[in-house]
Design a protein. Structure first.
Length: 381
């Protein structure tokens, strides 16, 4: 098992590192890590991650800007969080995963370095995310709250739902009840732009902090430091459904949508459950886009990388200049040596010629001038 995980970590690390190494002329895209939870028996939540990734990619503001890496293993997530290419993290924890303690230290480190995180479902549940519950995901959730059921009349022919105040339906309709979360906007915020001030979502429960002393009642808690903004709240209790938190890093936490109560067999499950709702879809896209633009860790890492590359380039230019200067000096030195050798050669030739030819010639002339003239008797007959 450990060997398999090591291989997976190696492969994923290669997938994240290789684009940066191979893209010599094209800058590698920043990464969104999307954690969707592990495969449990026949339940593979990768299709949940794929559905969330599609929603992100459908946002024209994010199109082609990020490489979304789907992760279903905590150990792998724990490793990938330390890569500098990670610009944003989405953590979607469902009821299929009741303990996420292995990613707690790395998420704390990532957030404190200025990272950006969007948490959904069990992310705000203290029993699941431990120390993250009151800091990165500041819902302080200690239990779940089920919305009161709402009555609907369902048309037996078309399937259309008609909300009714009492469980009384017309002929051709059947009576059904559904638990729906009613999102109410509590403050103006960028992640609420384009979202209705109030909308309903088919969700069976949400994370909440209840004071269990005596009669259980909702208790509002906030982190001791940082900026806490409650953007949407539950219509019945006023409990937070969407919270933005900014301290060292930035996070957006959703209290609901952790309940994958039936086995998702295809993508249509998530369209029916919550991702098909236009208001929630826009809200989720806004949350990712807001976190993406607010993060500081990736930006700082890229700035340091640019400075390091600039320093390395300057060193390369300096080395190149020194080499060229050395080559010039070498060429000049060679020329001077050649000229010197030629001069020495000419001088030696002159000296040799002087001693071998000029001096002997002078000596012969001098000897000829000093010899006595010939007498007649000396002449040959």
């Amino acid at each position: 098992m450990r060997k398999t995980r090591a291989v997976i970590v190696g492969i994923m690390a290669s997938l994240m590192v290789c684009p940066a190494l191979l893209s010599a002329q094209e800058e590698a895209k920043p990464v969104i890590l999307l954690y969707h939870g592990p495969k449990t028996g026949e339940q593979d939540l990768r299709i949940y991650g794929e559905a969330l990734a599609r929603v992100i990619n459908e946002d024209p503001r994010m199109k082609d800007k990020a490489e979304i890496v789907l992760v279903g293993d905590q150990d792998l997530m724990n490793t990938l969080l330390y890569f500098p290419q990670v610009k944003c993290v989405v953590v979607a924890l469902t009821t299929w995963e009741l303990k996420a303690d292995r990613i707690v230290p790395s998420l704390l480190w990532y957030f404190n370095q200025g990272g950006a995180i969007v948490g959904m479902g069990n992310a705000g549940n203290g029993a699941v995310t431990k120390a993250l519950n009151g800091s990165i995901f500041p819902l302080f959730g200690n239990q779940y709250r089920m919305p009161d059921p709402s009555w609907f009349c369902k048309n037996t022919t078309t399937g259309a739902l008609r909300p009714v105040p009492t469980p009384v339906c017309k002929p051709g309709e059947t009576r059904i009840s559904m638990r729906q979360l009613v999102y109410v906007k509590t403050t103006d915020h960028p992640i609420a732009e384009g979202v209705a001030d109030q909308f309903m979502l088919n969700d069976s429960r949400f994370v909440i902090h209840m004071n269990t002393t005596g009669t259980p009642t909702y208790q509002h808690l906030e982190p001791a430091k940082g900026t806490y903004t409650q953007v949407f709240s539950d219509s019945q209790l006023g409990a937070p459904l969407v919270v933005v938190y900014e301290e060292n890093g930035t996070s957006v936490t959703f209290a609901g949508t952790d309940k994958i109560s039936v086995k998702p067999t295809d993508d249509s499950y998530f369209e029916r459950a919550f991702l098909g709702d236009p208001n929630f879809k826009k809200l989720f896209q806004n949350a990712v886009y807001f976190a993406w633009n607010k993060e500081k860790k990736y930006t700082a890492a890229m700035e340091r990388a640019k400075e390091e590359f600039a320093r390395m380039k300057q060193e390369e230019e300096d080395l190149k200049a020194r080499v060229e200067e050395s080559l010039k000096k070498e060429k000049s030195s060679k020329l001077m040596r050649s000229v010197l050798l030629i001069v020495v050669g000419v001088v030696l030739i002159v000296i040799i010629s002087y001693f071998c030819f000029v001096i002997p010639a002078r000596q012969r002339r001098a000897a000829a001038e000093q010899a006595p003239p010939e007498t007649p008797t000396q002449k040959q007959p």
